[in-house]
Design a protein around this ligand. Structure first.
Ligand SMILES: NC(=O)c1ccc[n+]([C@@H]2O[C@H](COP(=O)([O-])OP(=O)(O)OC[C@H]3O[C@@H](n4cnc5c(N)ncnc54)[C@H](O)[C@@H]3O)[C@@H](O)[C@H]2O)c1
Ligand SMILES: CCCCCCCC=O
Length: 535
């Protein structure tokens, strides 16, 4: 058996013991993971410094702080997330117990990317643990030092059989993909995303694909350009542009292009000094392959700032390109580096048209003081996430689903979305072995009359609100009292043989425009069926 097969078999066996299921066990694992980030902060930041030249503070700010927040949230909310979720009932299920019960999926494969190696690998793991799964963790081999630290540290803190770390490159990942998983959570580029999906299809394994793409950024003339450019500069050059949701390019009116360039240059200087190469907060390109790829993108465009690099140090200066044409090299792929092209457009209409010609991006940014511009951009485009007047920060909002659409991916996570994504939401209906008469309308022989009743039971909806529910309860009490009285005063045999009737309460809601629960009409119908209790 290969190393990968062994890890998968051990994790599967550990899952089958059932120990990942109790909420107490999940919480212990999450707390242990939390301890790792507190106790091993130095090991984590030393490795990431070597991989991407991230500073110690930068590592906490962009990697581990968010993870600590997600762990805290999961610990605090787990009982609520894992509890049965009651759902609305119709007339047919009124006396049943109907709910959604989240259950673990089983064994999850998490394949991480290198650019925020802790954030994008451990965040899905938090969801997997919280949801009661086992998970094989495959960090990206591209961030060499971090992958090693992850492999060394995780087994010291969390159950190493349930959550093994498997390191390696393409061959090892493909060997993992040949195994059977109950879910695959992949973060990385779209080309490999297709490989993942193909492998998953062989076992009918569902997938989340957290991909990337070219995230556009439109600057409206009507906005504070100085503030807009400060936020865009932060969003673009953080981690040297190697951020899945970095604004990839700017669209703006030609009349503000010079101003935008000046303000971006000013912010670069404010953030990274006159000499970004020696600034501890300015990162490096992950390796020379990516260095060469990014430098080659600049070729056919006009450099307005930066443009220089040092291959031996994987340094590329914060770069701005002006008057970029849609067919320029830099516009043909996700940049994933510190190059910011500016494409002049005649206004909002052209910007929307341009964006809609491309693939659906992971993020879409608009800067404007005009709410109509923001709304139009939101309503006339599609993207994984949408931000007005800022960049990147939606990633840190646990109550928002994070994920792509179309070419930028499928599925989403963060906070409760991670829990739900890595759970099976099992629909449960618990009936009592009573009131068999109600079922007559669905049993053969099928007749138009039965169909009529089935239509009534199946299609009648009610949305009473608080006041309506109180009124209904009161009326039910009156009806129940009436029925009991009838029962007491009538001979029960006579009732069974002659009347064969029962009572059904149906509730109609007459809605008036703009007014919910405006009036509630209670009808009492006599059915040629059995009495139906309403609870
Ligand atoms: N949506 C998100 O949350 C998110 C986050 C980070 C990065 N990204 C995207 O990821 C991309 C950058 O990451 P990357 O793809 O360079 O990362 P990468 O090279 O680290 O690859 C990601 C993972 O895929 C595996 N892999 C690579 N080639 C493979 C193959 N042929 N078969 C099987 N497995 C293979 C690697 O081992 C690695 O674990 C960018 O497009 C970026 O936008 C997206
Ligand atoms: C607050 C910004 C964090 C950005 C993390 C992005 C992960 C994808 O590359």
């Amino acid at each position: 058996m290969s190393r990968e097969q062994q890890a998968v078999a051990r994790a599967r066996k550990a899952f089958e013991t059932g120990r990942s299921r109790p909420l107490e066990y999940r919480i212990i694992q999450l707390k242990n993971l939390q301890r790792l980030f507190i106790e091993r902060e130095k090991d984590i930041s030393d490795a990431i410094k070597k991989d991407l030249n991230k500073s110690e503070v930068g590592t906490q700010l962009f990697e581990t702080l968010g993870l600590e927040g997600e762990i805290n949230l999961a610990i605090r909310k787990l009982k609520e997330w894992a509890a049965p979720r009651p759902v609305e009932k119709n007339l047919l299920t009124l006396s049943d117990t109907v709910y959604i019960q989240p259950e673990p999926l089983g064994l999850v494969l998490i394949i991480g990317a290198w650019n925020y190696p802790w954030a994008v690998t451990i965040q899905p793991l938090i969801g997997a643990i919280a949801a009661g799964n086992a998970a094989v963790v495959k960090p990206s081999e591209v961030c060499v030092h971090t992958a090693k630290v992850m492999e060394d540290l995780l087994p010291l803190y969390i159950d190493k059989e349930l959550y093994p770390v498997v390191t390696g490159g393409v061959a090892e990942t493909q060997e993992l993909l040949r195994q059977r998983f109950d879910y695959i959570f992949y973060t990385g580029n779209g080309t490999v995303g297709k490989v993942i999906m193909e492998a998953a299809a062989k076992h009918l394994t569902p997938v989340t694909l957290e991909l990337g793409g070219k995230s556009p950024c439109y600057i409206d003339k009507n906005c504070d350009i100085s503030i807009a450019c400060r936020r865009i500069t932060w969003g673009k050059y953080t981690n040297c542009g190697q951020t899945c949701i970095a604004p990839d390019y700017i669209l703006c009116d030609p009349s503000i292009q010079d101003r935008v360039i000046e303000e971006v240059k000013k912010s670069i200087k404010d953030f990274y000094t006159e000499n970004p190469k020696t600034c501890p907060d300015y990162g490096r390109i992950i390796n020379q392959r990516h260095f060469k790829r990014i430098m080659a993108l600049v070729g056919d465009s006009t450099v307005a700032a930066g443009g220089d690099g040092d291959e031996s140090d994987c340094f590329i200066a914060p770069t701005v390109l002006r008057d970029v044409k849609p067919d320029a090299k830099v516009m043909q792929e996700e940049i994933f580096g510190p190059i910011l092209p500016i494409l002049p457009v005649s206004g909002l209409d052209e910007a929307i048209k341009f964006i809609n010609k491309g693939e659906k991006p992971l993020a879409l940014y608009v800067f404007s003081a005009d709410e109509k511009v923001i709304s139009r951009m939101r309503d006339e485009t599609s993207s994984g996430g949408f931000l007005a007047n800022d960049c990147l920060v939606h990633f840190s909002v646990s109550s928002l689903p994070f994920g792509g659409v179309g070419n930028s991916g499928m599925g989403c996570y963060h906070g409760k979305f991670s829990f739900d994504q890595l759970s099976h939401l099992r629909g449960c209906l618990i009936k009592k072995l009573k009131m068999e008469g109600v079922n007559n309308m669905r049993y053969p022989p099928h007749t138009p009359k039965k169909l009529g009743w089935a239509r009534f039971f199946f299609l009648t909806t009610f949305d009473l609100g608080w006041a309506g529910r109180m009124l209904l309860l009161a009326l039910m009490a009156v009806v129940a009292a009436f029925v009991l009285q009838v029962r007491e005063t009538q001979d029960s045999d006579r009732l069974r043989s002659r009347v064969k009737n029962s009572y059904l309460i149906s509730v109609d809601q007459t809605q008036q425009p703009g007014c919910r629960n405006s009036s509630v009409v209670i009808k009492i119908k006599v059915l040629h069926m059995h009495f139906i209790y309403l609870h």
